[in-house]
Ligand binder design. Structure first.
Ligand code: CP
Length: 311
């Protein structure tokens, strides 16, 4: 039985290529399982998982919960907005109270960078980072790479452009790490104000002309403008952003080749991508969502094997 090299999934930065291969092999198996008439396996019947969401989520929260239930784990859900966090309870106190209910794995989304790493040093449970501020979103990057591999046969050698608000995006950083580890070439494209100054030190290309970026790439992963993380205006208006960095049918048709369109969601339809593109055959957005369940099953299953050495 092969094992992950890490004890927690805190970021793609901590994984190696063998980990990604193992996660994808395991996800292939679970993808087959979730397409059977009976979509459930008894693998984690004695494991309890707490989903702690200190920030809003639709896809990630539902996808983790479904993955856990498909593996027959016991699941408890926590949402900060309805909790005693509002009464001033600290993160450690909140989590220790949950752990005293004998939880084995914690899935956490938190607005603060490094919240998962912090927790992993203070509590005795497996931690899965479901997004920490503008830092990492490792399961999103895994499902994105898995979807590229499924669609194009491999990630190695492919050219991927990440378009939009790179500065505030945990999806961008995790994707850069994951794609480069697998041998893809990565470019970022967006307004200069939304591209971190030192991004080239990560070995990525930078392009501010969207058409040139799309002509270069095999895959465009389009990001949402994250207004909730902006305390100042980074561009003059949404209209101008859309004119310069929005993906539309006319632009794609002018490329003279077909590229794969991805988006992690939630989508601002008509801002970073038009509906006809998001819903087109070129778009694999809903495949990404489907693959998210299989990838998260793989992550949870492989970490749980470290708790259950005899299984
Ligand atoms: N892609 C993603 O993380 O979406 P949610 O914020 O809805 O979980």
């Amino acid at each position: 039985m092969k094992h992950l090299s890490v004890q927690h999934l805190l970021g793609i930065k901590y994984l190696n290529l063998q980990d990604i291969d193992l996660l994808f092999e395991t996800a292939n198996h679970f993808k087959e399982v979730i397409n059977r008439p009976i979509k459930k396996v008894p693998s984690l019947r004695d494991i309890t998982i707490a989903n702690l969401f200190f920030e809003n989520s639709t896809r990630t929260k539902l996808s983790f919960e479904l993955a856990e239930k498909r593996l027959s784990a016991d699941v408890i859900n926590f949402s900060a907005s309805q909790s005693s966090v509002k009464k001033g309870e600290t993160l450690i106190d909140t989590v220790n109270n949950i752990l005293s209910m004998k939880v084995d794995i914690v899935v956490m989304r938190h607005p603060n960078v490094g919240a998962g790493v912090f927790l992993s040093k203070h509590i005795d449970a497996k931690i899965i980072n479901a997004g920490d501020g503008a830092h990492e979103h490792p399961t999103q990057a895994l499902l994105d790479s898995y979807s590229i591999k499924e669609n194009l046969g491999s990630v190695k050698g492919k050219k991927v452009v990440i378009v939009g608000d790179i500065l505030h995006s945990r999806v961008a950083l995790s994707n850069i790490y994951a794609l480069q580890l697998q041998g893809a070439k990565v470019m970022v494209c967006g307004p200069t104000t939304l591209i971190p100054k030192h991004i080239t030190s990560l070995g990525v290309l930078v392009e501010t002309n969207l058409k040139k970026a799309l002509q270069w790439c095999d895959v465009a992963n389009v990001l949402r403008v994250q207004h909730e993380r902006m305390d100042i205006n980074y561009f003059p208006s949404i209209r101008e952003y859309t004119q310069l960095f929005g993906i539309n049918r006319e632009l794609l048709d002018s490329l003279g080749k077909e590229i794969v369109i991805m988006h992690p969601g939630p989508i601002n339809r008509g801002v970073e991508i038009t509906s006809d593109v998001a819903d087109s055959k070129q778009s694999i957005i809903l495949n990404q969502v489907e693959n998210g369940v299989a990838i998260r099953m793989a992550v949870i299953y492989l970490l749980a094997q470290q708790i259950k050495p005899n299984s």
